[in-house]
Ligand binder design. Sequence first.
Ligand code: ZN
Length: 240
Amino acid sequence: MEIQKLKSIMDTSKSTVFLGGAGVSTESGIPDFRSAAGLYSKENEMGYPPEYLLSHSFFANETEKFFDYYRKNLIYPNAKPNKAHIALAELEKRGKLDAVITQNIDGLHALAGSKNVIEIHGSIYRNYCMSCNKTYGLEKVTLSEGVPRCDSCGGLVRPDVVLYEEGLNMKLLDSAINYIKNAETLIVGGTSLNVYPVAGLLEYFRGKNLVIINKTITSYDNRADLVFRDSIGDVLSGVL
Ligand code: ZN
């Protein structure tokens, strides 16, 4: 059975890294941006293309509307970690997983108990004042109306989340690349691998075992040693 194969790979692998996309969180009720049921297909009352609603231009030019949209569509404070998050945290605890690299901003890996999580697109739980750099939690955004302002200096408080047109945090990206470069096993889950930066990150992998878990075909399936067309939660809890 394929799950047994994955289990024996993980039992013997000296270094295993998980690289996850939006599909990891859909089972927690957080929509994927690009899938059929995702945010991109959702009508928005403003009539803007969805990429614009998550862009630096929208944030800079129509800050109040940006925050309205962000509060309604990007924040899921009641979302709970699902089986995939919980299995990854448990695998780390057992010494079988070195790092989780995620493009999700929902903070669910940390909530599930994972310690070494690299959130390459940032997190809704981290917010900072653009003037004095004072940091804030999620409540700063959820409990305020309109544009959140800094308690110390009145500056604009923004989420530490990478918007379209903004560059990635190079320190986080370097750290993600290092983990992938040195991994013997890379498990990729919940992404069709068509989008930057995950597809690019995969190019750094030089290890032995590439494992892909995704409900639909990905552009790397032919290069993978193991492919699961199943729920990530089911597969990963199966190896515990
Ligand atoms: Zn400030």
